[in-house]
Design a protein around this ligand. Structure first.
Ligand code: SF4
Length: 365
């Protein structure tokens, strides 16, 4: 068995750490790129959402590199994600690739027994003892928590840094070094080193940077290529940004969903506008917009892939929140046709608006 998995932001590094620890062969998926998107768009149904196309392209690239089994975190719907696995499987078979797909669905959807069966299908290929397997999982969890913390810190601190670009550079170097590690301990050591370096970055606490929350569909938030590197652009502009959804948040949310105690703060915040689950992360997007205002952000940007059903619902609710809370929210829709020039212009215009509002508040206008 040679495993591969979708490139989902930092989670690819955690998966690498787990499989290194388990001693299972794997192909690290290529960083999502125009090539993955072009391959995926060529074979995918035209109207399917962007994450499907990028994932399909990247699966084909990994299979060409030697992978024969795909591991994918599942969802039984109700949005299109519930169809992803079946559709991926059909397309890959039609293209003549003989691959197995293992879907890690939530226990509430497939039951704990079935989930354990699927996990066993992977772990039975590991030559490690049960104790070592548990250690590999714990190390993977540590990795995801650390890398997410580093990313969050870098994105907030970049608004205050004295040496422009320092936080972004450290975060990018950190990811590059992690990819080169061979053992989970090595990766954890690397992450701790970069975490300390980020703590040492010199800041100018007198600056009052713009603070922007990034909300929306989870894949396009986690995978920088799919959102045209919006957070990198904000770092370049000296804006502090925050995103609520990270892979470590998703792991915790999935675990707590078994006892219905997941994302209580977000659910509470969204209750007035959207009180039930509509699939994807539509409810979370609404709650995050409300929380962002409460947490003192100057505005929020929603990112959604063209045709994303849950995010279209939240998009229709966001103007009401914006009006009720006097909080600017902009929506950016992405697909394979999105042009970088127009995208950047919209971001810059939104930041100008936020800057002017901030100045007016400071001067009491
Ligand atoms: S949340 Fe939206 S983009 Fe993601 S799979 Fe569902 S419909 Fe597609």
């Amino acid at each position: 068995m040679v495993l591969t998995f979708p490139h989902l932001g930092n989670s690819a590094l955690a998966a690498k750490s787990v499989f290194d620890g388990l001693g299972i062969d794997y192909i690290l998926p290529p960083i999502s790129s125009r090539t993955s998107l072009e391959i995926g768009s060529y074979y995918a149904p035209e109207e399917i959402c962007l994450p499907f196309k990028i994932m399909l392209g990247s699966f084909i690239q990994s299979i060409e590199n030697g992978a024969d089994t795909i591991l994918i975190p599942g969802s039984c719907g109700p949005c299109r994600y519930g169809e992803y696995c079946e559709l991926h499987m059909k397309i890959l078979k039609k293209l003549g690739y003989n691959v197995d797909i293992i879907v890690l669905d939530l226990p509430k959807d497939i039951g704990v027994k079935e989930l354990l069966n699927r996990i066993n299908k992977i772990s039975s290929n590991s030559p490690k003892s049960n104790k070592e397997k548990i250690e590999a999982l714990i190390a993977g969890y540590k990795v995801i928590k650390l890398i997410d913390r580093i990313e969050q810190k870098a994105k907030i601190k970049s608004g205050y840094e004295i040496n422009k670009g320092e936080c972004k550079k450290l975060f990018n170097e950190c990811k590059k070094e992690c990819v080169l590690t061979k053992k989970p301990d090595e990766m954890i050591y690397t992450l701790e080193r970069y975490n300390n370096m980020l703590d040492m970055v010199t800041l100018n606490k007198t600056i009052k940077p713009l603070k922007v929350a990034i909300i929306g569909e989870i894949y396009t938030l986690l995978e920088p290529f799919s959102n045209l590197y919006i957070e990198d652009k904000l770092m370049d502009y000296g804006v502090s940004s925050k995103r609520f959804l990270y892979p470590s948040w998703w792991v915790k949310d999935a675990a707590l969903s078994i006892v219905n105690l997941n994302s209580l703060d977000i659910r509470k915040a969204s209750k007035k506008y959207l009180s039930y689950y509509i699939g994807g992360f539509g409810r979370e997007c609404v709650g995050e917009a409300v929380l962002a205002k409460k947490q003192g952000f100057h505005g929020a940007i929603q990112i959604l892939p063209m045709g994303c059903m849950p995010e279209i619902v939240s998009k229709s609710i966001l103007p009401t929140i914006s009006k009720d809370e006097n909080f600017p929210i902009m929506t950016l829709v992405v697909d394979e046709m999105t042009g970088e020039g127009g995208y950047e212009t919209r971001i810059e215009a939104f930041l100008d608006l936020l800057e002017r509002r901030k100045d007016n508040v400071l001067h009491g206008c």
